[in-house]
Design a protein around this ligand. Structure first.
Ligand SMILES: [Zn+2]
Length: 318
């Protein structure tokens, strides 16, 4: 459900310098909260690269080290030297992706829960992110919000965008921290209160986007990667709320940067896989945006939006 609150007077002036007309004179800041290294490059990466190019400070917060991620690049499978050093390798991959996107990045330091597979699924491993008490994990994110002071935060929806326990947990702590960071009575040892103005959920592949790309691939005589995916997704989402696209950021010119960042996570992607099989020209023609759902807002903006900072820019002069 989109919950849009009325603007709160003076909430951009919590800290930072304030001009005569009451508008704070800070750079715009965007925080993207993600579960694992590589998620930032597959969800909203082109949007981040665009905002970086436009002078926005962008911080990726990565909740876990991705220690339990499977090696998905066939060329790098069954190599003990990779499997034994996966945590260090994923850190190095994240460094490359961060540099390509031009963002800052920080780790919350939690341990990947892994994707439980089997029927019934096995219990989650002891000490993993999804089992850390919600308050404790929320405090870690509140500390980052109060330090970085984002105007806009992006995260996943309540279904995680993908049914991984770390993605669901990432949603839970992001929603909790959005409010808690602004509340001086919550986590008083975690920094000065900060009220972010908007919270968005990433929408990666909506049904509409998959259908559009699928049809365009077939029309060009190309094999569509979505035939099986559409069926699988239909199973996944049958009991889930369909997200509402409120915001489409035009980012077609940043698709190469997105792809390069994703390829930097070499253990986690198949460079010959479906994602890279879609010609960028088709993507630009059919779906040249990255899409988001506005979940919380303390400013006025008109839906549909084409900018995560709609309603924020006029309150935070650059
Ligand atoms: Zn992930």
């Amino acid at each position: 459900m989109v919950q849009v609150s009325r603007p709160v007077a003076g909430c951009t002036a919590v800290s930072g310098s304030v001009t005569m007309d009451g508008v704070s004179s800070e750079p715009l800041r965007l925080m993207a909260v993600h579960a694992h290294p590589d998620d930032e490059s597959s969800k909203g990466a082109a949007t981040m690269a665009r905002y970086v190019d436009e002078g926005v400070d962008v911080l990726v917060v990565t909740c876990t080290g991705g220690e339990r991620g499977s090696i998905l690049n066939p060329a790098l499978k069954d190599r003990p030297e990779i499997e034994e050093n996966i945590a260090e390798i994923r850190k190095a991959e994240m460094d490359r992706a961060r540099a390509i996107l031009g963002v800052s990045q920080t780790w919350l330091g939690f341990v990947d829960s892994g994707l439980p597979e089997g029927d019934p699924p096995p219990p989650l491993p002891e000490g993993c992110f999804a089992l850390v008490p919600l308050e404790e994990a929320t405090e870690a994110l509140v500390r980052e919000i109060r330090r970085f002071r984002p105007h806009v935060i992006t995260t996943y929806d309540e279904n995680g965008g993908y049914p991984h326990p770390d993605h669901i947990r990432t949603h839970e702590i992001s929603v909790a921290a959005f409010d808690a960071a602004a509340d001086p009575d919550r986590f008083p040892d975690a920094g000065e209160p900060w009220q972010a103005l908007k919270l968005y959920y990433d929408i990666g592949f909506s049904i509409a986007k998959m259908d559009a790309l699928h049809d365009a691939m077939l029309a060009q005589g190309l094999e569509s990667p979505f035939e099986e995916w559409k069926t699988r997704r239909a199973e996944w989402v049958k009991d889930m709320r369909a997200p509402t696209i409120t915001t489409q950021v035009p980012v077609g010119d940043w698709f190469e940067r997105r792809d390069q960042a994703l390829l930097a996570h070499a253990t986690q992607v198949d460079p010959n896989g479906w994602f890279f099989a879609m010609p960028l020209a088709i993507q630009r023609e059919v779906w040249p945006t990255e899409d988001f759902e506005l979940a919380r807002s303390l400013v006025d903006s008109t839906i549909p939006e084409d900018d995560l900072f709609a309603g924020v820019r006029d309150r935070v002069a650059k």
